[in-house]
Design a protein around this ligand. Structure first.
Ligand SMILES: [Zn+2]
Length: 270
């Protein structure tokens, strides 16, 4: 009897996920307009969105932001990537640069919109403290240069807790407090979820859907295959636990974002 109940509950849960996914596909354009403060009036068109994904290392883009990049590229949004290091921790910077460009091509970002910074003050190193002013000025220059109206980056926990991820959030928070950003520019931080939810794969969708967030991106099986193909471009990083990550991580299917408030109230610099 219990077996039937468990099977029934499992099936019901999967149907619920499918319903949420269908609703998300249906309402994505509208939620994009609301979150990014743009309005094109055209269905399935994100041409007014000029998004900048800011990451710390080659592979962050597909490990953490793949659902967002894929969904935005599907809507013809202009997506740029700013990666603040070459990922040179094991002296593999040159190879990792090439891997990043291949991964971006799979996700839908052309090489002309990928910028990889190689600066001695921004090393790929969890023990290095990245300068808030250097990172924020680099991001601001990129925003102005490409007329960016949406910046998407890590939150204060950096998904994996890596200090370089957290440093970007601190810099973007600082930027939000300066008043230097263009008026139409929205800042969004990728939500870090707890360990259990992180490895629930697509089964996390009801939690992501029910809990409040400012912007949510979800991909289905086609998008997942694309994200997986991008992950496989990073050959130098393909250790056994990466395959576990590809199989179980919720970030291969789902991204939720919170808005980073702007204005002088946030003058706190960490
Ligand atoms: Zn990283």
């Amino acid at each position: 009897m219990y077996v039937y109940l468990v099977v029934f509950a499992g099936l019901w849960y999967l149907v619920w996920i499918k319903l949420i996914y269908d609703r998300h596909r249906h309402t994505f354009r509208k939620s994009l307009e609301q979150a990014m403060n743009v309005s094109s009036g055209r269905e399935n068109d994100g041409a007014d969105v000029r998004a900048l994904i800011v990451t710390a290392h080659p592979d962050d883009e597909c490990m953490f932001f793949a659902p967002t990049i894929i969904r935005l590229a599907e809507l013809n949004a202009r997506v740029h990537l700013l990666c603040l290091s070459e990922g040179n921790y094991y002296n593999q910077g040159a190879q990792r640069r090439e891997e990043l460009l291949s991964s971006c091509a799979v996700l839908g970002i052309p090489a002309s919109r990928v910028t990889i910074i190689d600066h001695k003050k921004l090393p790929d190193d969890p023990k290095a403290e990245w300068s808030v002013s250097l990172v924020s000025s680099t991001v601001l220059n990129h925003i102005n240069e490409h007329s960016i109206n949406t910046v998407l980056t890590f939150d204060g926990s950096g998904v994996s807790g890596h200090a370089n991820h957290v440093a970007i959030y601190k810099a973007v928070r600082h930027l939000a407090s300066t008043g230097d950003l263009p008026k139409d520019c929205v800042l969004l931080s990728l939500e870090t979820v707890g360990l259990l939810r992180k490895y629930l794969s697509f089964l996390d969708l009801p939690f992501s859907w029910l809990l409040p967030s400012h912007f949510c991106c979800v991909v289905g099986s086609k998008g997942y295959k694309q994200a997986k193909a991008a992950m496989l471009c990073h050959r130098t990083q393909l250790l056994w636990f990466r395959y576990l990550y590809i199989t179980f991580s919720r970030y291969m299917f789902i991204n939720t974002f919170q808005m980073i408030p702007q204005g002088p109230k946030n003058l706190k610099i960490y």
